[in-house]
Write a protein of this length. Structure first.
Length: 127
C-alpha cells in the first residue's frame, strides 16, 4: 500500500508548518475540529514506526518538538500538552509512517485534566 505521507506534498490536507532536513511538523486541516491546533512531527524518509528512526532522526524530532512547543505557546497559549506515538495497528497506528502527535490541551476542554492513560485504564479497555 502506498504511504499517504510520501512525499508530504502528496497529502493535500497536511499543512507543513516547519520543515527541517530530516523531519517536519504539520497540521491536518481535518483534525482541527476535534483536536484543536494539534499536529504531528514525522521523518521525511519513510519509517514505519518510531523504532525504525535513525539516531539522527530521533535527535531532530526532539529538537523540532521544542521549536513546535515555542510556536504553539506563542500562537495558541495552551495550558498543557499530550505528546505520543502510536506503534502498529494494535497500538492505534492508522498511517504506517512514523509520527509523533503533538496535542495542545486547554483548560476549557470538556476532558481537561484527562491524559492518554485515562482512556487505556477505562472499563472499556479491561479484558
Amino acid at each position: 500500500m502506498e504511504c499517504p505521507f510520501c512525499p508530504i506534498e502528496k497529502a493535500p490536507s497536511q499543512r507543513v508548518i516547519v520543515r527541517r532536513d530530516l523531519v517536519f511538523y504539520s497540521q491536518d486541516a481535518g483534525e482541527q475540529e476535534s483536536l484543536k491546533h494539534s499536529g504531528v512531527i514525522m521523518p521525511i524518509a519513510h519509517r514505519s514506526t518510531v523504532f525504525e528512526l535513525t539516531e539522527a532522526e530521533l535527535v531532530a524530532t526532539f529538537r523540532l518538538l521544542k521549536e513546535v512547543k515555542e510556536w504553539l505557546n506563542r500562537e495558541h497559549k495552551p495550558d498543557g500538552y499530550n505528546i505520543g506515538w502510536n506503534c502498529g495497528e494494535v497500538g492505534g497506528q492508522s498511517v504506517m509512517h512514523a509520527h509523533m502527535h503533538v496535542i495542545p490541551r486547554f483548560k476549557q476542554e470538556p476532558l481537561a485534566g484527562c491524559g492518554i492513560r485515562s482512556l487505556l485504564k477505562s472499563e472499556k479497555n479491561r479484558w
